[in-house]
Design a protein around this ligand. Structure first.
Ligand SMILES: C[C@H](O)[C@H](O)CC(=O)C(=O)O
Ligand SMILES: [Mg+2]
Length: 394
């Protein structure tokens, strides 16, 4: 039978805990939870660890979509039990019985039917996971990698920058640049500002003049602090200042971009969703690079629209993390010239696949570059040794 006529027989949603798509659910000594500046840093008791205010409460959502010939596509995102509930109690009705290739209609029905409680956050994470699983399934049915379904590659390999505590190690590993978490925000006053600058100065000293250095502020600053940080950091060649403000403050981002020193890029968007959220950022001229997470912004179906909008506004799209789900997309877009690799090694000194140990077959950078294999779908398998639960079977 032509794959065009294959229908969806079953949808199943599972929870998986410990790392994986909820990459903040890591042990105590991991760099990713080491006194990082956040929007909660001003509250005593919540400044030292993001887990202290519940960043890891959701856990991983894994969805499987099975076609009527038994072929199974799957994907993971952040969403855990709440996401599984949304899939099995609500969204499954738009998938089971539908044609696998009716991806646009399925997306639109999932989005419109959840508007009364959705629009972004966990509902969009869940829609994203289902959309990614559909692309994975379609690729497996057609025996093509997802990048081929998206129009084919515009480059042979991906050039990667690394996010982690050790940009100096990232340089030795061949990455294009290193993005560090910011450790101090307004709550740590001028002393914190000096520490932020001192760390940047130390890393500049270690990596030399040409290597890109960036700061990820994870929504922790205000316009005044971010502007002062940008100007102080300019002296040390900071390439971009990321997610300085809370995602709802479009006006603040617009102001910050105007305030930024020449040549320093303002980036944001990992906590933004849908074409409408990104339209707001783009029309307001609020960012040089937008950073949608394909597992959170609405999946590949929505990222295609977000990317086209960004292209028309002259903005680059450098998706946030998400491993293979981003790689297949980035490979096909001229306005996504490089990609992020999140260093999941506890001290960011070695390369560990981003969704390890949950996914098998994840490509990793070699000398700072990734060749995306042409295995069907997203080219990864769920590790059968990782326990998972199906909390709401329908
Ligand atoms: C390092 C950041 O605080 C965050 O954990 C990851 C992120 O925002 C990014 O990779 O970008
Ligand atoms: Mg970030």
């Amino acid at each position: 039978m032509n794959t065009h006529h294959r229908t969806i027989a079953h949808v199943r949603a599972y929870t998986v805990s410990g790392g994986g798509a909820d990459y903040h659910d890591q042990g105590a000594d991991h760099w990713i939870d080491d006194h990082i500046a956040t929007p909660m840093s001003g509250y005593p008791g919540y400044a030292d660890s993001r887990q202290s205010f519940g960043l890891n409460v959701l856990g991983t959502l894994m969805v499987e979509i099975e076609a009527d010939d038994g072929t199974v596509g799957f994907a993971v995102s952040t969403g855990g039990e709440l996401g599984a509930w949304i899939v099995e109690k609500h969204l499954v009705r738009f998938l089971e019985g539908a044609r696998v290739s009716d991806i646009e209609r399925i997306w639109d029905q999932m989005y419109r039917s959840t508007l009364f409680y959705g629009r972004r956050g966990i509902v969009l994470n869940t829609i994203s996971a289902l959309d990614l699983a559909l692309y994975d399934l379609l690729g497996r049915l057609r025996q093509e990698p997802v990048y081929a379904l998206l129009g084919g590659p515009v480059r042979d390999e991906l050039t990667m920058y690394a996010t982690g505590a050790r940009p100096d190690v990232a340089k030795q590993l061949g990455f294009l640049g290193g993005k560090m978490p910011l450790h101090h925000g307004p709550a740590d006053a001028e002393e914190g500002m000096e520490k932020n600058i001192a760390l940047l100065a130390e890393m500049r000293e270690r990596v030399g003049a040409d290597f890109w250095l960036m700061y990820d502020c994870w929504m922790s600053l205000d316009v005044d602090y971010a502007t002062r940080l940008a100007h102080r950091a300019h002296e040390y060649g900071l390439r971009w200042l990321e997610e300085a403000l809370i995602p709802d403050d479009y006006w603040g981002y617009q102001q910050l971009r105007r305030n930024a020193p020449p040549g320093m890029l303002i980036t944001t968007g990992e906590h933004e969703a849908t074409r409408w959220g990104f339209r707001q950022l783009l029309e307001m001229g609020a960012a040089d690079i937008i950073q949608p997470d394909v597992g959170w912004c609405g999946g590949i179906t929505e990222l295609l629209k977000i990317s086209a909008l960004a292209d028309a506004h002259g903005a680059m799209v450098v998706p946030h993390g998400s491993s293979v789900y981003s790689y297949h997309f980035v490979l096909t877009r001229t306005n996504s010239p490089f990609s992020e690799f999140l260093m999941m090694h506890p001290s960011a000194e070695e390369i560990v696949p981003m969704f390890s140990p949950m996914l098998l077959g994840e490509p990793v950078p070699e000398d700072g570059r990734i060749r995306v294999p042409d295995t069907p779908g997203f080219g990864v398998e769920f590790n059968p040794e990782i326990p998972r639960e199906r909390p709401f079977p329908h």
